[in-house]
Each structure stands twice: as C-alpha cells, then as structure tokens.
Design a binder for this molecule. Structure first.
Ligand code: SF4
Length: 65
C-alpha cells in the first residue's frame, strides 16, 4: 500500500498526524506530507486507512500499484 497527500486539498488540520504519526509529517502550518515515498508497512495499513477516512478534506489518497 502506498499513499500520498494532495497539497492542494490539505488544509492543515494535522488530524492524519494525530492518528498515524509514523506515516505523516506536518510542517509549521500543520500541512501534511507523507513520510518517505508514502509506502505503508503492512502493520500500519489499518492506520493509513483510518487517516484516509478521517481526513476532512479528502486529501489523502491511496495510490494504485
Ligand atoms: S487530515 Fe487531511 S487536511 Fe488534515 S493535515 Fe492531514 S491530509 Fe491535511
């Protein structure tokens, strides 16, 4: 599984970081980006899906393989 944050949609609530701090970085404005290239280790896939479902801006996308 691989994810990305659409920087045009992200409004900086940092909710994703709160739910899955291993998968996201936030800048000083709370805007989010994925850690590394967005590859999600299998044990964190549930958290990634939780973050996707809880992003109020629908800014987190799962990338197709
Ligand atoms: S929850 Fe969504 S809008 Fe908020 S920081 Fe994360 S990606 Fe951006």
């Amino acid at each position: 599984m691989r994810i990305r944050v659409d920087p045009d949609k992200c409004q900086g609530h940092a909710r994703c970081y709160g739910l899955a701090p291993d998968l996201f970085d936030v800048d000083d404005y709370g805007l989010s980006s994925v850690v590394g290239d967005g590859t999600v280790p299998p044990e964190l896939e549930d958290k990634a899906r939780l973050a996707i479902a809880n992003c109020p801006e629908f800014a987190i996308e799962e990338l197709a393989d």
